[in-house]
Design a protein around this ligand. Structure first.
Ligand SMILES: [Zn+2]
Ligand SMILES: [Zn+2]
Length: 176
């Protein structure tokens, strides 16, 4: 069966947040070929198996009163409550070393594209690089070390977000 479309996380299988497998969803009881395999925050000490359909329609978030993504960075950025609810309760999250932080641009949440490809990281220069280093609080020397050893899925990792409006790419460093 086809995956539901997630505006803010367009390919959750590619990013590793959802995987193809036969397990049954603890929310709808169906086994429909995919399960979520990233963070889910709820008050109870449980780790339910959740299918993408139950993420998309909000039923899993409602059932366990949980969240897939921390909404604090979005509310800090002044994003509307409707968008915060969509990202927090109806969008697959991602696994990061630190508390994950959903990027925003043009007054909206950005789309998450997982680990940045090595070629893109190496090609980063000019104004885009300066903006990135300023945002992440890095100097050029630190960056050249990180960039030289960067591997998708490694530590540190570099996540890629894209603005849905102006299409600017925002990279985010995460590591221990
Ligand atoms: Zn389900
Ligand atoms: Zn933008």
């Amino acid at each position: 069966m086809a995956l539901p479309f997630f505006k803010y996380h367009p390919d959750p299988v590619a990013t590793g947040s959802v995987e193809a497998c036969d397990g049954r969803c603890d929310c709808c009881g169906e086994s429909n070929g995919f399960l979520y395999c990233s963070s889910f925050y709820c008050a109870e000490e449980i780790e339910p198996q959740i299918c993408p359909m139950c993420i998309a329609d909000g039923s899993a978030a409602e059932k366990w009163d949980g969240m897939f993504n921390d909404d604090f960075p979005l509310s800090e950025a002044g994003i509307s409550a409707a968008i915060i609810a969509e990202v927090g309760q109806r969008t697959p999250g991602f696994s990061s070393w630190q508390q994950e932080r959903w990027e925003t641009h043009c007054g909206d949440a950005c789309a998450f594209y997982g680990d940045a490809p090595v070629a893109e990281v190496k090609a980063l220069r000019g104004e885009a690089l300066d903006d990135f280093l300023r945002r992440e609080g890095l100097d050029k020397a630190g960056w050249s070390m990180i960039q030289r050893h960067y591997q998708p899925g490694g530590n540190p990792c570099i996540f890629k977000f894209v603005c849905l409006h102006c299409h600017i790419v925002i990279y985010q460093i995460d590591g221990t």
